[in-house]
Design a protein around this ligand. Sequence first.
Ligand code: UTP
Length: 295
Amino acid sequence: MKTVRKAIIPAAGFGTRFLPATKAMPKEMLPIVDKPTIQYIVEEAVRSGIEDIIIVTGRSKRAIEDHFDKSEELELFLKERNKGRLLSIVEDVAQLANIHYVRQKEPLGLGHAVWCARKFIGSEPFAVLLGDMLVDSDKPCLKQLLDVYAERQAPIIAVETVAWEETSKYGIVGGVELDDRLLRIERLVEKPPSNPLSNAAIIGRYVLEPSVFDRLETTPRGAGGEIQLTDALQQLASCETMYAYRIEGKLYDVGDKMGFLKATVELACKDADLQAPFLAFLKYRFGSGEGGGMR
Ligand code: UTP
């Protein structure tokens, strides 16, 4: 029985959709309410049972390392001022998980970023969580996949049903529907320009096995001129059993401005301190119910 203890979080992209904010700061550090995106993702991995995480970083990614490190000066400052609650928030971040880093020297694509972490993974199955995709769900998205992996012992990819006209923005899987949520994958295509296999879109959570590294080694550049993880998985799908799982939860592509804004509003509406004043503000500003338009 193979168990998954390690996860890769690729966070080395240029984040061009968020320029100029991402000129000197990684997009994974943009905050949703009061936490950087990447912290939500590390927390999802930890709540799913992952013990060791490797973050693939690139240029200007020092802020990520500093965020998950101990901050002696800040902790002393908060201690001296009796700010106990803030102190424990800050201390907890540095103790979330065993976090390691590897550098992707050039952002050659998601597939290449995953390949950069191969030495850390060794011969174990592992998870991949994209650094800019948030999933808000009761059961962590990765845990949903790991439960299926425990049963099936084969690679599994999280998918979501998207509108047909949106399929060209995603990696798309096609296969045999085994039940409402589970598919056995036959083919995968990254950002199909036309005739998509289905409208089941890959959403940035995977449980994979190390055989993918050999495929990535020889995967040529694909969509967008990048080395695509989907292309390596397509090669594997012809000789290995792989599954896709329609996850439960709300997905936010926070590397995209609209996704980022939606996640910010939704999570602010759930925040214990902000909920009441923020909802009151929204009601005042935009009205509600019939006839409630922008004032
Ligand atoms: P994206 O394609 O969304 O990230 O990759 P990007 O290229 O930074 O974004 P835009 O399109 O220019 O705005 C999904 C995830 O994979 C990482 C990104 O950091 C992001 O978390 N990634 C992407 C890498 O780590 N390396 C790469 O070469 C590409």
